[in-house]
Design a protein around this ligand. Structure first.
Ligand code: NI
Length: 201
């Protein structure tokens, strides 16, 4: 009786250890899957020349993606200036591996030509992308970007003067197209540069 009880306990102990081992393995797996599967993914948009492009066109290079709109009074210019400054602090070899991308959340006003000029004004390597309402909505959803038209200030009903409230986050995507890291608004140029250098080495 005593012997069989001990063997039952021994079996239970083995089962318990195995369960913990399997459980922690599953947690690691699901954690990894979750981190890569929840943000980013494929998109189809339109470049500054009016040509359709997809995420696959940027494979082989890192992408540093920012979402905003060209009429933005201060948030977007600040963020894009930081990207441009970080680009200039990278070595030529590091810079070669990175494509900074600005995707509009306001495709109505941000036409391909507008996006091309605006992105180029910040950095010659910066790519401005727009698209149809549906295309832009799709990529915003993939990157969990918030964007909502706000009412124009004052009493003007001018449909061209509205602002767009939007999240301000930089997304770093690897050469394989997988989301790797994000940088919150307000990340200093030095912090952004140093973080990029770690990935681009
Ligand atoms: Ni903005």
């Amino acid at each position: 009786m005593k012997a069989s009880r001990n063997s039952v306990l021994a079996v239970l102990a083995v089962v318990l250890v195995a369960a913990i081992a399997i459980g922690s393995r599953i947690m690691v797996w699901s954690g990894g899957e979750h981190a890569t599967a929840s943000i980013g993914g494929s998109f189809t948009l339109v470049d500054g020349d009016g040509k359709t492009v997809t995420d696959a066109d940027f494979r082989g290079k890192w992408m540093l993606i920012y979402f905003g709109y060209t009429f933005c009074p201060d948030v977007c210019p600040t963020a894009l200036s930081s990207v441009a400054a970080a680009m200039d602090k990278l070595s030529a070899a590091e810079r070669f591996k990175l494509t900074p991308i600005f995707i509009t959340v306001d495709p109505t006003r941000d036409t391909p030509a507008v996006m091309k000029d605006y992105a180029a004004a910040f950095h010659p390597k910066m790519v401005g992308l727009t698209g149809s309402e549906a295309q832009v909505a799709q990529v915003m959803k993939a990157y969990k970007v918030y964007g909502a038209k706000a009412k124009a200030k004052g009493t003007s009903e001018d449909a061209t003067t509205y602002t767009v409230d939007h999240s301000s986050i930089l997304y770093l995507v690897g050469p394989d197209g997988r989301f790797v890291a994000h940088f919150p608004h307000g990340t200093t140029v030095d912090d952004l540069t140093n973080a990029l250098k770690k990935f681009l080495k």
